[in-house]
Ligand binder design. Structure first.
Ligand code: COA
Ligand code: MG
Length: 330
């Protein structure tokens, strides 16, 4: 989709032409990238043109905020929204432990390049690319950021919300294996996907589940995090909780949200219950016990537990630590 972009005006004549080709050609920069564990249970979208929502976002207990310059901002409000973000980021508390992400417009439209300039001015933790359909779209932005001097700057997240993006999932996800590709996370966009494909919006998402699972599997194959789509009916708490449960069971790390009222339920659904934490501690303790030294498989109360379960338990306990750390900061 963004293949036709020839250039984005840059100070010092940096241009997009050729970006994402030279540095990644022929398997260059293929060092496996290890993604640090991050909390992405609740990922709230905040329209950048909505001053009240921007102000409110400072007070909310979500794991990540997506400041949206794309679909929630009218074309005539885009410039104002970019300016509002620059002011907002200038006064942002970067010690909150929350991730701050900017969703830009597609680069083949009138706003994408201007949005990238705003990204440089704001230096968010990540940039969310909309409607990603091909790996080159991610590589182009990764290289543009590097060439703009933002070597330690924003990571990239990709919205999977087009039919082509679903068909190219594995190739897009693979960018996450390299440090230079910057890709950390997939976010599913079902409003766009339903619009393009005609797949029905039904309780339980019966015809979407097979596609959602493909996104989870592709993400995991490259070590990416994966966040489920927004649930539009923010006044229906029960249906939202059910969809969060379903997403957790499918393997998602969290949910993209549209309204503050959804944060608590998402944090709970994608968090760690006391029973889960207790079980994880028991598994880690069992493998640490002298009697079990050198064993790959142990018996805990009549259940087979393998070393891989201990690794899984360790990761869950690390997540508990992150959740507790966040609580002390908010
Ligand atoms: N982020 C931060 N604050 C938000 C918010 C959001 N996404 N949505 C609502 N709020 C705030 C409101 O500003 C209001 O606070 P205030 O009284 O201090 O101004 C409070 O929460 C209650 O809002 P409410 O009156 O219930 O909703 P609304 O009518 O103002 O907004 C929506 C409803 C759906 C228009 C709004 O939630 C929204 O724009 N959501 C995000 C849409 C989006 O990002 N879409 C793109 C991704 S799919
Ligand atoms: Mg979309």
């Amino acid at each position: 989709m963004w293949g036709s972009i020839l250039s984005i005006a840059r100070p010092k004549s940096q241009v997009l032409a050729g970006c994402g080709k030279a540095r990644h050609k022929g398997g260059m920069n293929r060092t496996p990238h290890h993604h640090p564990l991050r909390l992405r249970r609740s990922v709230l979208s905040v329209p950048a043109a909505n001053g009240r929502a921007l102000a409110k976002s400072r007070t909310l207990d979500c794991d990540a905020i997506i400041f949206d310059l794309e679909d929630s901002v009218l074309p005539e409000k885009k410039a104002e929204a970019r300016a509002a973000l620059v002011s907002h980021f200038a006064a942002l508390d970067r010690t909150s432990g929350r991730e701050h992400v900017i969703r830009i417009n597609p680069l083949d439209g009138p706003d994408g390049a201007l949005d990238l300039e705003t990204v440089l001015a704001c230096m968010p933790d990540a940039v969310l690319l909309p409607k990603v359909s091909e790996p080159q779209e991610v590589l182009t932005v990764a290289d543009w950021l590097s060439e703009a001097g933002a070597d330690d700057g924003p990571r990239l997240w990709a919205m999977i919300e087009t039919a082509a993006g679903l068909l190219n999932l594995a190739a897009i996800a693979e960018i996450g294996r390299t440090h230079g590709g910057r890709l950390d996370c997939f976010v599913v966009g079902l409003n766009d996907l339903r619009k393009e494909t005609g797949i029905a919006d039904m309780a339980g998402r019966p015809f979407l589940v097979p596609l959602l699972l493909q996104v989870v599997v592709a993400a995991r194959a490259s070590g990416l995090d994966v966040v489920d789509a927004v649930f539009n009916d923010f006044s229906d708490e029960d249906a939202f909780e059910a969809e969060c449960r379903q997403a957790r069971q499918m393997g998602f790390d969290g949910k993209m949200l549209i309204h503050p009222v959804q944060i608590e339920a998402a944090n709970a659904a994608f968090g760690v219950t006391e029973a889960e934490a207790a079980e994880a501690l028991a598994i880690v303790a069992a493998f640490a016990a002298p009697d079990n030294a050198g064993k790959a498989v142990v018996n805990i109360a009549g259940r087979m537990v393998e070393k891989l379960h201990a690794d899984q338990a360790g990761r869950l306990l690390a997540k508990v630590d992150l959740i507790n750390e966040r609580k002390t900061k908010t």
